[in-house]
Ligand binder design. Structure first.
Ligand SMILES: *Cc1c(COP(=O)(O)O)cnc(C)c1O
Ligand SMILES: [Zn+2]
Length: 429
């Protein structure tokens, strides 16, 4: 049994190895490495799937990320103390009102609200695995560059593990709630005079020098935790895979991770298809979309990414190669949306479905609407949109786009007057 706050000891049975996706070079599991030292390619964790019994996935007990420990990268025979705060196990909402407003059929649209993870974003799924790995590797601490949510999540898991945490944030570019979390949970927060891409470049070198474990999404172990989003979607739909999954793309780790999760279910024979992975970027930060549309396998970095969706304000996404493979191999799409479209969708989702998300997350809905209107999405497709972060991450943006509270005298007459004026206005609309 799992009890919140207590460490549970697990023994897993999967064999795994670390491998370069470009040249196939293999690395020992205990080596601290993030990209291939030969060709600079991204690394991936590979498993021997013959050693896994499907029942262990389909009938797994427990909740959240560690429920799927049979498909997580921890060696056979080792006892394991996961650093966990009950991440994952997020709701999958059926969204009929939203579907109707887009013109989609009833029962065709679902939203998986990753904003309901403990820190308020899906990053927790990656961090529970990543920080558990950091403990196994005996590092001096953990570090990351972040547009906000990575730092908030890492600070929490480092606190839980009792190890030092250093985060580099681009100055003035991080939403209020996220900075508050990183500070509150005791991370050393550095405000870097540069953008996210600069912060990542610096922190990678710092980690090597100081024996800190880098927990940006270039770290392949983090993505292993995030692939459990796919397992949960499949299970929540009774192992009936949706036709399409749509999500925002920043550093492009999450779309790669979720694709991998669906691929594993198919490899194991648990499911028989993989959804069309559909990535959405903001118009002002869309290197993956441009590469997809130009049929290139590599991105051209954008030096000055700009969008109100700060979580995806990234000009040089580290996992772009993996993401482009995921999109193409699954027959998916990549599209960009404007800040105005993001804002409209953020409001629509909040008011039609009661789902409060930060701007980046609303990009998935904005992308769905745009692709659906353009006829790029077939009628009748079953679609899951992933909303990556909670509304309260960016309260300043919410206040900026909504009508301000109306001041009123403290008597019934005045309040009634305002109420009736509001009702009259609504009727006129
Ligand atoms: C991190 C993040 C993203 C982007 O995810 P990537 O894996 O970097 O593509 C999108 N939305 C939110 C809320 C995030 O925190
Ligand atoms: Zn290589």
């Amino acid at each position: 049994m799992e009890i919140y706050g207590l460490r549970t000891h697990y023994v897993t049975t999967m064999e795994y190895r670390v491998e370069c996706i470009k040249c196939g070079r293999r690395f020992p599991a205990h080596e601290i490495i993030y990209t291939c030292d030969k060709c600079n390619g991204l690394l991936d964790i590979k498993y021997d799937y013959s050693g896994i019994d499907n029942e262990r996935i389909v009938k797994a007990k427990g909740r959240g990320v560690w429920k799927y420990k049979a498909l997580l990268p921890f060696k056979e025979g080792t006892s394991l103390s996961p650093i966990t705060i009950n991440e994952g196990d997020t709701p999958l909402y059926r969204c009929d009102r939203l579907a109707q407003s887009i013109g989609m059929g009833i029962g065709d649209l679902w939203v998986k609200h990753e904003g309901l993870n403990p820190s308020g974003s899906f990053k927790d799924r990656g961090m529970t695995v990543g920080v558990t790995k950091a403990m196994e590797l005996h590092v001096n601490g953990v570090a990351c560059a972040s547009t906000g949510n990575t730092s908030a999540s890492l600070a929490i898991f480092a606190a839980k593990a009792g190890i030092p945490c250093y985060v580099l944030l681009p100055k003035g570019k991080v939403a209020l709630g996220k900075v508050a979390q990183a500070m509150m949970h005791g991370a050393k927060v550095l405000s870097l005079l540069g953008n996210f891409d600069d912060a990542l470049r610096v922190v990678r070198e710092l980690c090597e020098e100081e024996n800190l474990y880098l927990l940006n999404s270039v770290n392949p172990y983090r993505l292993e935790g995030q692939k459990t989003i796919a397992f949960e979607i499949a299970e929540q739909l009774n192992w009936d895979i949706p036709d399409r999954v749509i999500l925002p793309v920043g550093n492009a780790g999450n779309i790669s991770a979720i694709y991998k999760g669906f691929l594993e279910l198919e490899k194991l024979g648990i499911t028989s298809s993989v959804p069309m992975m559909t990535g959405i970027q903001a118009e002002g930060a869309q290197p993956v979309v441009r590469a997809f549309k130009d049929a290139r396998t590599e991105i051209i970095p954008e030096p000055e990414p700009e969008t109100i969706a700060s979580a995806i304000r990234i000009g040089n996404p580290v996992n772009a190669t993996k993401a482009l493979l995921a999109i193409r191999n699954s027959g998916g799409l990549a599209e960009s949306v404007s800040d105005t479209e993001i804002t409209e969708s953020q409001l629509l989702l909040a008011r039609a479905e009661g789902i409060g998300v930060e701007p980046a997350s609303a990009a998935s809905i904005a992308g769905l609407r745009k692709l659906y209107d353009a006829g790029e999405i077939d009628r009748g497709e079953k679609i899951v949109c992933i909303t990556t972060g909670h509304l309260l991450k960016d309260p300043e943006r919410a206040i900026a786009i909504c009508e301000a509270p109306q001041e009123v005298m403290a008597d019934l007459e005045s309040v009634r007057h305002v109420l009736h004026a509001t009702i009259n206005n609504k009727n006129k609309e």
